[in-house]
Design a binder for this molecule. Sequence first.
Ligand code: NAI
Length: 467
Amino acid sequence: NTKSGDYHVADISLADFGREEMKLAEHEMPGLMNLREKYGEEKPLKGARVMGSLHMTIQTAMLIETLQALGAQIRWVSCNIYSTQDHAAAAVAATGTPVFAYKGETLEEYWAFTDRALDWGNGRGPNMIVDDGGDATLFMHLGYKAEQNPSILDRKPGSEEEEVLYNQLKKALKKDPNRFSRTAKNIRGVSEETTTGVHRLYQMRDKGELLFPAFNVNDSVTKSKFDNLYGCRHSMVDGLMRATDVMLSGKVAVVAGYGDVGKGSAQSLRGQGARVIVTEIDPICALQAAMEGFEVMPMDEASQIGDIFVTATGCCDAITERHMRRMKDMAIVCNIGHFDSEIQVAKLNKYQWTNIKPQVDKITFPNKKSIILLAQGRLMNLGCATGHPSFVMSNSFTNQVLAQMELYCNPGKYELDVYTLPKLLDEEVARLHIERLGIETDKLNKKQAKYLGIPQNGPFKPAHYRY
Ligand code: NAI
């Protein structure tokens, strides 16, 4: 590892490779490039100290440099121990930007890196956060609570991960007992990338615990209806193939959860000729799956017929130890949701593990049957492949930058609540990307606009429209 300066990456000599791939990405990220052009001179993020916790990939490197082009200072970590692309991290670190991320970090390093990225030195913290899954937000909020009541860090942790988090918070508070309240006061807001992180934010909002306003980037239409859906349609089978090289055609694939991620995953598996089964808890999504032509059944049944299992629920225990013990010999089990709790991986520790290669393990039960587990149950498209391609991430990250600008440039405008971007901006993000595809839309004339009762140039849909 290279960790000499104010950064920690796997190998700084990968920077040139990373830079070349970033140049390729410029062509595929018209939304971000447009923002650089539009706001590069004005620098609306001047004075912003943005702490980011989001998979450190080539696409994220492009997001980082867009925020910098708009005037922000950056400190960055990955939001998953396996998701970093080391050449991307190196390219960013080589420009003097503090980044703390490498593929295959330990859990201890993960939280220590988060802590370090939140520390600007001389007692200063960030004044903005970009989060993916909510771990940076959690670190701040739990740290704040522990500042008021240190005993909460002595309660029994629910998992190994939580134990490591508690230890890191104890260290942080020992070094600087008022750190969290001081930092929280200065934070103008957080913009959250994914479904799971947004879910956590609404829970905090409902309990009245939010310390700063939040933007829900996930529910911009040009995010969840594209990244979660088409992004996963691309990167889910990519992860499966890179990890296992297994023939997908003819296999029975089980997708747990038929939300946006599950829909994309099911579609791509079917595209490869797999016979796809969906499991759901929500009758609406179950009906959608059935009418799309997928079989729907409970996991108890599906677990006995599947060859490949993918969880996309954002829920814990979608696949249990009991399910895995009933699976066919050599069934492949993986998760594309945000956290590894979707599969009961901790309960597998007592069985025999054989590491096939990084992020691919064979687990053998006492009856000699085995399963193949990808990325130890962590999100497999980033653990076993390179995540979503640049074009779809350009949509997501254009929303991120717009949310950061809105929060940073309007201090005091937003309450301790969770907000989404206005539809006109959502439509603008889409417009930038259809232009790149050479697509032109029809234009409403005055008579048509009047007939529909909407402005000629949008927004074209009411907020409740579902797409
Ligand atoms: P969603 O809320 O649209 O879909 C989740 C679906 O799972 C829902 O339909 C829900 O009814 C169903 N579900 C919940 N518990 C279940 C259970 N125990 N068994 C079966 N079905 C169950 O969420 P979305 O946007 O599809 O995201 C899913 C997860 O993927 C989240 O954790 C999200 O953060 C993550 N995500 C991962 C990405 C990646 O690149 N790996 C990209 C985008 C999101």
